[in-house]
Design a protein around this ligand. Structure first.
Ligand code: BLG
Length: 486
């Protein structure tokens, strides 16, 4: 007992007098990796400089990996020091070098091929590797379609590993690896047509899609994979244990989910600007019309949030909106529709909302019985936008293609053909901008999801909780209580 406390006292005085290294040497016992980090008070982390991991914005350092690892450092009361690697090989090579980073938090797939180079933590994010192509090009749908294409991936990436494995089955497969680019560069090169295809993780695409209007997912290459943090190979598990305990805590207390939603949730729903704008409009505009939406919806047996989502898509909740074609008002009624619905002033928001509510119910009733919910609602929205006649044309073309005319997923694929002569010339009602209802329905569904989330019962009141907008998305289940900020 006495010897032990004397030992501690001696160690403590050494620590203050001559520093960490002498301390551990003098105690005759090698400190663990975690003890070394704690004694130094600094957590050195290596990452990649990319939107999905670590980057600078006007408020300073940010990024999913950065925020998560910052939380970990704070929990251990450590100062966080971030360094970035130029490429993945460099990242793994530097891990665990004396004086170098002890942890890699870089959106790394815990792949089998990497287990020599590192030990991985518990997973914190599931991602799917996706083949990316350029809109307007023929969409590859299976691995054979990759043959003869210019494909570029990151050198040393799990994607390079995947393609190497695929090449065993498909020897003619050709692809290049580059250590000089980041994921954003790969996506830009696809966007600009410099390469045909690349392979990235779904979370990377979600973050970047908004910058690259032409990039599209061709297909998922293989199963979902786990992202994990990495420490150097070896037998000392002290740091890894601390990391795993942290990840488990972050999972349990919801902070990990919250972070995922903040980074990946809204991006694929609205894009950055869209999300920000929607949040602003939710706060500034919706409260003026919410009462009308609720009343009109109730009168017609609708969900008011669907009606509100339609109003946002139509006019961004602006009662004075007017289209080039003379369609007007918050719910964008044509003159004919307004008259049929008894709307005398299309610019009066209350009348417009009531007219829109009546009209969506009307077009829904006209749909064939064979279309069931929830598709029935999506078809009704499409008819609201393009008219029942054109929608019926698209359904017939869908059937002729051997697809299901009662399924929105199938009909939405065919609708854009109404704008192509070879197709619309065969239809009863002829030309229509068939792509418009596809976007229309897609956007309304997104807004509807978000409105459903932000107006969950405990948040409902006279005003919707706009401040909660930033967390919808990845997991549609709304959190049941306010989570502590990350
Ligand atoms: C819709 C009408 C439908 C009509 C179709 O046009 O308007 N819906 C409403 O008035 C609510 O009734 O179908 S039809 O009666 O069978 O012909 C087709 O004419 C409105 C659409 C048109 C669209 N917004 C509601 O979604 C619109 O304004 N498009 C033009 C956009 S711009 O001019 O490029 O800005």
């Amino acid at each position: 007992m006495f010897a032990q406390s004397a030992f501690r006292t001696r160690c403590a005085s050494w620590l203050s007098a001559i520093g960490v290294l002498l301390l551990f040497g003098g105690c005759g016992e090698d400190p663990s990796a975690l003890e070394r980090v704690q004694a130094e008070g600094v957590l050195r982390v290596i990452t990649r400089n990319s939107p999905a991991t670590y980057f600078q914005d006007r408020n300073g350092e940010t990024g999913f990996e950065y925020e998560l690892v910052k939380r970990f450092a704070d929990d251990l009361d450590l100062e966080l020091q971030i360094e970035t690697a130029d490429n993945l090989d460099e990242l793994f090579a530097s891990l665990g070098k004396p004086g170098g980073p002890v942890l890699a938090a870089a959106g790394l797939v815990a792949s089998d091929g990497r287990r020599q180079a590192a030990r991985f933590s518990l997973p914190y994010l599931e991602v799917t590797p996706q083949i990316i192509y350029r809109d307007g090009q023929q969409r590859p749908t299976r691995p054979q379609d990759l043959l003869g294409k210019r494909i570029l991936v990151l050198k040393g990436s799990s994607h390079a590993e995947q393609l190497a494995a695929l090449k065993v089955e498909l020897p003619e497969l050709d692809y290049e690896e580059s250590a000089a680019v980041e994921v954003v560069d790969l996506l830009r090169m696809v966007d600009e047509g410099q390469i045909d295809l690349t392979l990235v993780d779904s979370n990377e695409l979600a973050m970047n899609q908004v910058y690259f209007p032409n990039v599209r997912v061709a297909f998922d290459l293989g199963d979902a994979q786990n992202l994990a943090w990495a420490v150097a190979p070896g037998t000392d598990s002290s740091l890894l244990d601390a990391v795993n305990a942290f990840i488990e805590r972050a999972q349990e207390n919801g902070s990990l989910q919250r972070l995922k939603e903040r980074y990946y949730g809204h991006v694929d729903v609205l894009g950055y600007v869209g999300a920000y704008t929607f949040a602003k409009h939710l706060q500034q505009r919706l409260p003026r019309y919410e009462k009308h939406f609720r009343q009109a919806a109730q009168a017609q047996g609708l969900d008011w949030r669907l009606l509100a989502a339609m109003g946002y898509q139509e006019s961004l909740w602006q009662p004075g909106a007017t289209s080039k074609t003379g369609v007007r008002g918050l719910m964008m009624l044509t003159l004919g529709t307004a008259q049929a619905m008894g709307v005398s002033n299309r610019l009066d928001p209350k009348q417009s909302i009531e007219g829109g509510a009546k009209y969506i119910v009307h077009v829904k009733q006209q749909l064939p019985e064979s279309i069931e919910e929830p598709d029935r609602t999506w078809f009704a929205l499409a008819a609201y936008n393009i008219g029942g006649g054109h929608l019926e044309d698209a359904r017939k073309l869908t059937q002729a293609e051997g697809l299901n005319p009662d399924k929105w997923l199938d009909v939405q694929k065919i609708l854009p053909r109404l704008a192509q002569k070879q197709w619309f010339s065969k239809t009863r009602y002829g030309y229509a901008r068939g792509g418009e209802p596809v976007h229309f329905v897609r956007n309304i569904r997104r807004y509807y999801d978000i409105l459903t989330w932000v107006t969950q019962p405990q948040l409902e009141g006279s005003q919707v909780a706009a401040s909660n907008l930033h967390t919808p998305g990845v997991n549609k289940t709304p959190p049941q209580e306010e989570l502590p900020p990350l």
